[in-house]
Design a protein around this ligand. Sequence first.
Ligand code: SAH
Length: 402
Amino acid sequence: MADNKRIKKQTTIKKTAEQPKSKSRCPVFKKCGACQMIDTPYEQQLRKKHAHVAELLKPYCKVESFIGMEKPEHYRCKVHSVFTHDRKGNPLSGIYREGSHEVVPVDSCLLEDEKADAIIASIRGMLKSFKIKTYDEDNGFGLLRHVLIRIGKNTGEIMVVLVTVSPIFPSKNNFVKALLKEHPEITTIVINVNDKQTSMILGDKEKAIYGPGFIYDICCGMKFKISPKSFYQVNPIQQEVLYKKAIEMADLKGDEVALDCYSGVGTIGLIASPHVKEVISVEVNKDAVKDAILNAKINEVKNITFYQNDATVFMQQMADSGDKVDLVFMDPPRAGSTPEFIGSLITLAPKKVVYISCSPDSLANDLKLITKGGYKAEKAIPVDMFPFTRGCETVVLLTKTN
Ligand code: SAH
């Protein structure tokens, strides 16, 4: 009931003020290119995205209304800013111009958490007095390359990651003191050393210079540890809506064995664990599996097992050994699953499949194969995880027909 109420509330979308045609809501819209729908009123964004998903899924099932956000701005709780300087040596921070390494200065972004943007602005403002030079990609001089902020929306914890080319950060204690004076809400500060010529933001070495070096967030009543490199959805409000929908659609009775494929840091499996007998999770990324095991410990979940493996290989092994599962959650990356994974899924023959997708195109491709294998798509619900962009997240329930 509470869930229904919440969803109802979320679907009554407030009108965002329409902007005059000539002026974009974002001054760097053209240079950045991340928000394809920045100047489209929110309801219209949802209508457009719904039409796109509905068209792709037409052969399989009807698509319910998009679950939008009540306040679609500033949802990103993971914010990255690249640091450089102008010709006079004044520090600049912002984003890379699309397809290049030129930095477009950004002070505030409509997608990003406002506190994160304010912290980035403070750091930029402090650099001169601390004589900290920003890194120069052309000649390799300077220290500070990037700042990454991660916010635990439901815990209020804030992590600041200073990405530098060297582990030696001059007057680091005073720098920490000055930053905390401006933003006492920061709970941890980490120096991450990236001395390679690479497009990756984070390097391998890191050291907490204030606090524990990680934050926690809470999602659907479970606590999750977020380290600088952990995968965690960028929109925590809609993440909770999405996972609740996935669990609700699975209609769990408590005696099921559930498989969570492409499990990341264990989120869906852990959230489902109180509602089933057992969860088996599989994920290819070693660090994510480590985090998942830790997350199970933190939440005292005992009925979950994590396997680090390629999901297709794991699924084939499960199918070959004649294992039985009642339900499969699958949340593959953008490219979708593989025909071999789906072949094994069909052999495994769970009663239900809950497919969580971040790409309607690959979802449609995979649904074609799953429905051919004796499953019916019962319903599809799109959740707006990425307002102002083309991104569409959809949950689909499939049931076995024979
Ligand atoms: N379910 C998680 C993560 C979804 S993102 C969540 O909701 O947070 C997709 C995940 O699939 C990533 O963690 C990625 O590392 C993993 N992945 C990608 N290819 C994979 C493969 N071949 N086998 C298993 N996991 C894979």
